[in-house]
Design a protein around this ligand. Structure first.
Ligand code: ATP
Length: 258
C-alpha cells in the first residue's frame, strides 16, 4: 500500500509560485463576515500536469477554496496566481478574460446551453473570447470520445455524455488549469468512471492540470494527490491516495469535527 502522510505545518515550498505552477495560493484567506472565517491563510502551489483532489467534511471550505482559486470569489487577504499571473480584482474585464481563456470549469451539473449544438457549446469559450474555432471544437470532442456528436443537441445526450461535452468545453482553450467541482456527483458509477478516466487522461496524455473537489474517495483515488481541509485549514495531504486511506482520513476528520 502506498501511504505518504505529510502534515502541513510548514509551507515554505508552497510559497514559491512561478509560471511553472498552474496555480499558487499565497496566504489566501476568506472571511464571510467578522468572525466567520471560511478559509484560514492557505499556501498552496500546484505544479503543471498535476491532478489534485480536495476533500474534507461538509462546510470545511472546499467550495470557498475553489471559488477563490478560480477567481469566482475574492479572498479577504492573500494572492492567487494562475500560471504565474496574479488574479486581477473581481469584475474587471481582465479577470473575465483570464477566467474564460486560462481556466476551465466542470461543475456537478453540465450547464450546457440547450439551444446550442454540442459543437457550439464546446466552441463557446473561443467564440466569446473572439477567437477562431479552427477545428479545436472537433479535436476537444474527439478527445472525449464524442467526435461524431458535434451536430447533436444536448437533450439528445445522456447525463454522462453531457458531462463529457462539458469536459471538452473546459479543455478547448488549453487552459492553465481546470477546476472541477463534484464532476461525478450527479452521475451513475459507469458514467462517473468515464469522466474520471477522461480527467486522468487530460493530465497524463495532454499535460493539463486539474483541481477537483469531491466527497467520493474513489474519485479522489484517481488523483495524484489528495488535500484535506478541516475548518478552513489544510490539515493533510496524501500522494497517490488510495480509497481506503482516504476513507480513514475522512473518518478521522469527522471524529474531530465538533
Ligand atoms: N456566502 C456565504 N456567506 C457566509 N458564509 C458562507 C458563505 N458560503 C459559505 N459559507 C460558510 O463557509 C464555510 C465553508 O463553506 P463551503 O461551502 O466552502 O464548504 P464546503 O466544504 O464546500 O461544504 P460542502 O462539502 O457542504 O459543500 C461554511 O461554514 C459555510 O457555512
Amino acid at each position: 500500500m502506498n501511504r505518504q502522510w505529510r502534515g502541513l505545518g510548514t509551507a515554505t515550498a508552497e510559497r514559491t509560485g512561478t509560471r511553472h505552477h498552474a496555480l499558487t495560493l499565497d496566504g489566501v484567506t476568506r472571511e464571510y463576515r467578522p468572525g466567520a472565517v471560511a478559509l484560514h491563510p492557505i499556501h498552496l502551489a500546484v505544479p503543471r500536469g498535476r491532478f489534485l483532489a480536495v476533500m474534507g467534511p461538509p462546510g470545511c471550505g472546499k467550495s470557498t477554496l475553489l471559488r477563490c482559486a478560480a477567481g469566482l470569489d475574492r479572498p479577504t487577504a492573500g494572492t492567487v496566481r494562475i500560471g504565474g499571473t496574479e488574479l486581477p480584482p473581481l469584475n474587471a474585464a481582465a479577470l473575465t478574460r483570464l477566467r474564460r481563456e486560462r481556466i476551465g470549469f466542470v461543475f456537478q451539473e453540465h450547464h450546457l446551453v440547450p439551444s446550442l449544438s454540442v459543437a457550439e457549446n464546446v466552441s463557446l469559450p473561443l467564440v466569446l473570447g473572439g477567437h477562431s474555432v479552427d477545428g479545436r471544437d472537433l479535436r476537444a470532442l474527439t478527445a472525449v470520445g464524442l467526435g461524431d456528436w458535434g451536430g447533436t443537441m444536448p437533450h439528445e445526450l445522456s447525463g454522462g455524455q453531457c458531462q463529457r461535452v462539458a469536459i471538452a468545453r473546459a479543455l478547448v482553450t488549453s487552459p492553465d488549469i481546470v477546476f472541477a467541482d463534484e464532476p461525478t456527483g450527479a452521475l451513475g458509477p459507469a458514467a462517473a468512471e468515464e469522466v474520471l478516466t477522461l480527467l486522468r487522461q487530460a493530465v497524463d496524455r495532454d499535460g493539463h492540470t486539474v483541481v477537483m473537489v469531491t466527497h467520493d474517495p474513489f474519485a479522489a483515488a484517481r488523483a495524484d494527490e489528495a488535500l484535506f481541509l478541516m475548518r478552513g485549514k489544510l490539515v493533510w495531504r496524501q500522494e497517490r491516495p488510495e480509497a481506503a486511506d482516504i476513507r480513514r482520513v475522512l473518518k478521522d476528520l469527522d471524529g474531530r469535527t465538533p
